[in-house]
Design a protein. Structure first.
Length: 715
């Protein structure tokens, strides 16, 4: 098999311009928009440094800068002529024009945004769409004063600082620190994009009458929500449309997708920061909030606590702007990303807003593109699917995958299916050996958990389960050992650089791996591999080679999850909690075809209320004790990690779900022994994955949110 000698199946690094699921979702959606012939544009930032590269030294994560543009980027087209001035700081003054008063923003700093276009071709169509990314450059306008004072060197150096804005991506997913540079990035992105959209509209229209028919803007989480205020500012202050007309336009063009499940996770910007960086925007936000509060008073009278909860401005020690409230007030639709998420939005996160505007709220279950996650990443599976369906049409029409269901028990398909898995496992095994020197058995079950490291995603539950398995194997007699299903446990994911507990989980993976992989008494029965630098390219290699994949978030914490969908398409069985989109996956493929575990969304609050008296199995106490006692070394270092799951502090309910987790793992072992049964479940997973194509998500957005139709390329 010399043709399979390891080499990474790519020649260039990822454009890692996002953090994890949220940005990868946009990438899948862009592919679907192009393929389905929608006339769409994507906007973003052209960071010089994408998400950090993770390297592991002695089992600890270290971050290295990802200077991905070092050797150029052949896929982008620099548009030096498409550039806009973006303003910051300064003051707001009044101006009289045609007998009316207008606000004029006199900026204190101006930075140039230059467009870099990244064409995204659709599959099997002539349509291509554009991803326009903005880079910050020093403004063409010189501050003559600083040049005339003679400090030439400092003047040049200061100008150069403008580029800092698009230098580096913030590496924390789902936490906001209210940092000035982050807000600058957000506004830089938004201002350039809105100027571009309005300029492109004005190129063909003399007035704004058709603006709301031609333009629909989808806000992907609250990060770009200042776009709403920016459109309001341009139409009101610069185009002089009048408040009511401008407001009417804003409310018709914007819709908002939220990815949050925890009210504490919502983005807030300190008022002082907003007022200094974007003085005019703060005024407009206050004006919108004033009118909104008046509306609330009419509707709910003197219910002041409700007003305080719903207000765009949060009073308190640090007065701040609630970006989600702002988005809900101004957008015509608020989208959740799965049905469970939608229920949480209605009953918990945005309950007050749902009571006020029930029709604004919808959900569009996320999806991933089969073009990347099957066709590109798993060509062998792609060939088998096309052969058995007798067509390649499923690449554009995913519903056809359901046709595989009829052959799920066919011995010939089953054999080809297993062969594909074997080839992909071989590729993955070679990668693992090159990486870690560990040889893994292809007969073992490859059990994978790859995603950002988070307490709520519960990689720790997985590691504790592995410790339990190790402990069991150690105490077995020879005849029991022969019955053990060998496992290769694979974990991968990045921790945000400041997220201490997540970093300790990574270290624990390595400490346990060190012990387990070098224990001659265990051999091939159990291996633990941490794959460093998890990113899209690594996912493309690992997912096709997995037998089982874990999605075990504490129920009610994963808004959707999209990793599970990629595994499902590749015929990997899921070991999962009934959270996020998994609830809908269960409906599509049936609970018998996966391994479900843990408390449900509705059961979590009661379990949490029990605190220290929640029932925890002895096995859990034992494995945590092993870590505490220094069985894997680093006793002091792991103490605070163990403290997060014991003594009434187990917020994510690892202890409460542990027994159920072990049962699900045992069920997976049992199923794996019966290869006909396992292969059937695998085929049924792929054939039931159609609903989780981003093509379906995008079609729903087009019809229900944007009101747009495909626009076939005329040539
Ligand atoms: C799909 C994907 C994610 C999201 O995975 P979840 O399991 O939904 O958290 C994160 N990172 C990368 C690189 C991905 O491809």
């Amino acid at each position: 098999m010399s043709c399979l000698v390891f080499s990474l199946p790519f020649k260039e690094g990822d454009a890692a311009l996002g953090n994890g699921g949220l940005a990868r979702l946009s990438a899948c959606q862009m592919d679907s928009l192009a393929t389905l012939d929608f006339p769409a544009w994507g906007y973003g930032l052209r960071y010089q440094y994408g998400l950090f590269r993770q390297i592991i030294v002695d089992g600890f994560q270290h971050e290295q800068p990802d200077y991905w543009l070092n050797f150029g980027n052949p896929w982008e087209i620099e548009r030096v002529q498409v550039s806009y001035a973006v303003k910051f700081y300064g003051t707001v003054e009044e101006e009289v024009s045609n007998g009316s008063n207008y606000k004029v923003w006199i900026p204190g700093e101006t930075v140039e945004a230059v467009a870099y276009d990244n064409p995204i071709p659709g599959y099997g169509t002539r349509n291509a769409i554009n991803l326009r990314l903005w880079a910050a450059k020093p403004s063409g306008q010189y501050d003559l004063e600083s040049y005339n004072t003679g400090d030439y060197i400092n003047a040049v150096v200061n100008r150069q600082k403008a580029e800092i804005i698009s230098n580096v991506l913030y590496p924390d997913d789902r936490s906001y620190q209210g940092k000035e540079l982050r807000l600058k990035q957000q506004y830089f992105f938004v201002s350039a994009s809105i100027q571009d959209i309005i300029r492109r509209f004005k190129d063909v229209h003399d007035n704004f009458d058709e603006f709301t028919e031609k333009i629909a803007l989808q806000i992907n989480d609250t990060h770009p929500s200042l776009a709403i205020i920016e459109v309001m500012r341009v139409l009101f202050d610069e185009e002089h449309l009048g408040w009511d007309k401008a407001w009417d336009i804003v409310c018709k063009i914007f819709s908002f997708t939220t990815h949050t499940v925890q009210p504490e996770g919502l983005e807030k910007i300190p008022v002082d920061l907003m007022g200094s960086l974007l003085p005019r925007h703060l005024q407009i936000i206050y004006d919108i909030n004033y009118k909104f509060m008046e509306e609330l008073k009419k509707k709910f009278g003197q219910d002041y606590s409700r007003h305080a909860r719903m207000s765009i401005v949060e009073e308190g020690a640090v007065k701040s702007i609630r970006m989600a409230n702002l988005s809900i007030v101004c957008c015509h639709k608020v989208n959740g990303v799965s049905r469970v998420h939608f229920e949480l939005l209605k009953t918990r996160v945005f309950k007050d807003f749902y009571d006020l505007w029930p029709l604004k709220f919808q959900y569009k279950t996320n999806g991933v593109t089969q073009r990347r996650w099957i066709v590109v990443s798993n060509p062998s599976l792609c060939a088998v699917i096309s052969k058995w369906l007798g067509t390649e049409a499923w690449v554009r029409n995913i519903d056809l995958l359901a046709g595989l269901r009829d052959y799920a028990s066919d011995a010939d398909l089953q054999q080809e299916w297993r062969m594909v898995k074997k080839i992909n496992k071989m590729r993955l095994a070679e990668y693992i050996e090159t990486l870690s020197g560990v040889k893994v058995s292809l007969d073992a079950m490859f059990d994978v958990q790859i995603k950002r490291i988070h307490e709520y995603k519960r990689q720790l539950l997985n590691v504790l389960g592995i410790i339990h398995r190790y402990d069991c194997i150690k105490s077995m007699n020879e005849s029991d050992r022969r019955k053990v299903v060998p496992r290769v446990c694979i974990i991968g994911g990045k921790a945000a650089p400041g997220y201490e507990i997540a970093k300790k989980i990574i270290k624990l993976c390595h400490a346990v791996a060190e012990k387990v992989n070098n224990d001659p008494g265990v051999g091939d029965l159990l291996k633990l591999i941490f794959i460093p630098d998890y990113n899209v390219s690594v996912a493309e290699l690992v997912i096709p080679g997995s037998d089982l994949s874990q999605h075990v978030s504490t129920a009610g914490h994963e808004a959707s999850g999209t990793g599970s969908m990629k595994f499902l398409m590749n015929g990997c069985l899921l070991l999962a909690t009934a959270d996020g989109s998994t609830v809908e996956i269960i409906e599509e493929i049936g609970a018998d075809n996966m391994f479900l575990l843990g408390a449900r969304v509705s059961e979590v609050p009661a379990l949490r209320d029990q605190g220290a008296s929640v029932r925890v199995p002895l096995q859990f106490v034992r494995v945590v004790r092993m870590v505490r006692d220094g069985y894997f070394g680093f006793k002091d270092y792991f103490e605070s990690l163990c403290d997060t799951v014991e003594n009434g502090k187990d917020f994510y309910l690892l202890g409460a779900d542990f027994a159920s987790y072990l049962e699900a793992q045992a069920a997976a072992d049992l199923a794996f022994v019966n290869q006909e049964k396992w292969t059937r479940m695998s085929i049924l997973s792929t054939s039931g994955s159609g609903r989780f194509s981003s093509d379906r998500t995008i079609e729903e957005y087009a019809e229900q949110t944007w009101g747009i139709e495909p626009c076939k390329c005329p040539f």
